[in-house]
Design a protein around this ligand. Structure first.
Ligand code: TNX
Length: 524
């Protein structure tokens, strides 16, 4: 990781009302203009448009879900999450008041939701849009209180669609290993925020986490360690298929990353033939970066790369394969360029679109359309912006993961027990919220941005509770940036977001998701 830069950016809150984003409280008025009910009905990420109606739909013991065959699986998912939240039976029947429909005419990637006192109707062009709408609906249902028998969903009309197609989280399962059940839980966690990509950082110096046929020592030996000791772990190919399938059931695409040519100590320790001197290094459980490299002039290296990327691509239904390329500090520049040209060509030959960290933009020989993942700062340092632009010039797009706002492994504040500090010091929830992707890489606006990603590196993260407390609530801020439109005038305003975050916290409590109670939010 880069040297520590110990200063913080201060979010400048310009008091601009966030227009369509100001949804915090819906007050229903009677015919005389007197308030009849005050309900908090807030959604993260904020919908593109939401208007309040009159009254509320009472979800209760007689409520049933209608889901035609093309929407059946989303209907079952909706039933399962609402049953868990309310304890209501919520059967799926031919007639009922909670109606799901797949039909043309709705926003691309999004949905339309109409809640009246009579019914709830959610409609989208496809199942993915419907699933996004279900996440909105979940947040409109008040959090259960003991003894409650009806749940009043405030009447509202919502029309909604995403700003970016790629709305990602990244989980580093190499520094500390997280098993299949943990990954599934994280998939459920991020689905709530309409994120639709989980990038799995599967290999690093400290561990190789995916079984590769013909290379058993990668996982047997290379998978046996993690940061700080305590053993590692790995996914069999069936485990990985299981994760991919579970992700698909949440409309989430898995992006597998095999980090090359640096960050490869676990592979080198497993197969000395991949080193230049033929000697296997020891396994590594520290947190330094940049010391390992595949041997660039060794043909065996390319057999290895072809075998690994071929198998990873075959196991992965999504369109992308990530080959890392970051922090290869011990690979000489000419070697790096030769390696990236060959490895990215091998990756592209699998039929997938290649993704690489922005350092890969040093190469002028990337496959056309390769995607760059930018991890410098919102005010780029060094030549990071220029490297990112290489991908755009090559017909590709960028995924933005600026370390000073989107890195979930940064401490919240100096006193955070977990996390790192190298990215301009700690990152508050406010800082994670108040940035505009279109301003990060000069000259690269929305049209050339594929999306946004929030990485969670796990050098200091050991348990699922740790993981959730670093992700939540900052990941809610990142999800809003990825989904919701930028306010028409001015910047996002944390004071508008904070009340919605407080309401969202009540849902997190109900779901048992561990989150950091950041200051500046009136948590319930
Ligand atoms: C930098 S960001 C890394 C990772 C570390 C991370 C810790 C990037 C592409 N590389 O290897 O885990 O910092 O924050």
């Amino acid at each position: 990781m880069p040297r520590a830069a110990l200063f913080t950016i201060t979010g400048v809150a310009i008091g601009v009302a966030a227009g369509a984003l100001a949804l915090a409280t819906i007050v229903n008025l009677d015919v005389n203009g007197a308030p009849v009910s005050t309900t908090t009905a807030t959604v993260i990420p904020a919908p593109v448009s939401q208007t309040a109606g009159e009254g509320a739909f009472d979800l209760g013991p007689a409520s049933a879900i209608v889901a035609p065959s093309d929407a059946r699986s989303v209907g079952e998912y909706l039933a399962s999450v609402l049953r868990a939240a309310t304890g209501l039976p919520l059967p799926i029947e031919d007639e009922g008041e909670l109606i799901l429909a797949i039909e043309p005419g709705h926003p691309e990637g999004g949905y339309d939701l109409e809640v009246t006192s009579e019914s709830v109707r959610l409609a989208a062009n496809d199942a993915a849009g419907l699933f996004a709408g279900v996440q909105t609906l979940r947040q409109l249902v008040p959090v259960s209180a003991s003894g409650r028998s009806a749940w009043a969903i405030p009447a509202t009309t919502i029309s909604d669609h995403p700003r970016f197609a790629y709305r990602g989280a990244m989980l580093d399962v190499a520094r500390h290993f997280f098993g299949v059940d943990d990954v599934k839980r994280y998939l459920d966690d991020i689905a709530l925020l309409k994120l639709n990509v989980l990038h799995l950082h599967l290999t690093d110096d400290q561990g190789w986490r995916l079984e590769i046929d013909g290379w058993p020592r990668l996982t047997e030996h290379g998978g046996s360690t993690q940061v700080g000791g305590g053993g590692g772990g790995f996914y069999t190919q069936d485990d990985y298929r299981n994760i991919v399938a579970y992700a698909a059931s949440r409309f989430i695409t898995i992006v597998p990353e095999i980090d090359l040519p640096g960050h490869t100590n676990a592979a080198l320790a497993s197969y000395p033939e991949l080193t230049c001197d033929g000697e296997a290094p020891a396994l590594y459980e520290g947190i330094e970066v940049g010391f390992s490299s595949l041997c660039i002039d060794n043909e065996r290296t390319y057999e290895f790369v072809a075998d690994v990327l071929g198998q990873v691509a075959a196991l992965t239904p999504g369109p992308w394969i990530h080959i890392g390329g970051d922090e290869a500090h011990s690979t000489p520049e000419a070697d790096y360029l030769r390696f990236i040209e060959r490895a990215s060509g091998i990756a592209a030959a699998t039929g997938k679109t290649v993704i690489g960290w922005h350092e890969m933009g040093r190469s002028d020989a990337l496959p056309a359309g390769s995607v760059g993942e930018y991890w410098s700062f919102t005010t780029p340092e060094g030549d990071a912006a220029e490297l990112a632009r290489t991908f755009v010039d090559g017909g590709g797009r960028l995924v933005l993961a600026p370390a000073d706002v989107a890195y979930l492994d940064m401490k919240y504040d100096e006193s955070s027990p977990l996390g790192l500090l190298w990215a301009k010091g700690p990152t508050s929830v406010e800082e994670a919220f108040e940035w505009d992707p279109a301003e990060v890489v000069p000259g690269v606006g929305d049209a050339r941005l594929l999306g946004i990603e929030a990485p969670l590196w796990t050098e200091t993260i050991v348990t699922m509770a740790d993981l959730e407390s670093m992700a939540f609530p900052r990941i809610a801020a990142i999800a809003e940036i990825a989904w919701s439109p930028q306010p028409e005038q001015g910047r996002r305003d944390f004071s508008e977001f904070a009340p919605r975050l407080a309401a969202f916290g009540a849902h997190l409590d109900a779901l048992g998701i561990n989150y950091f109670r950041a200051s500046g939010v009136a948590w319930r």
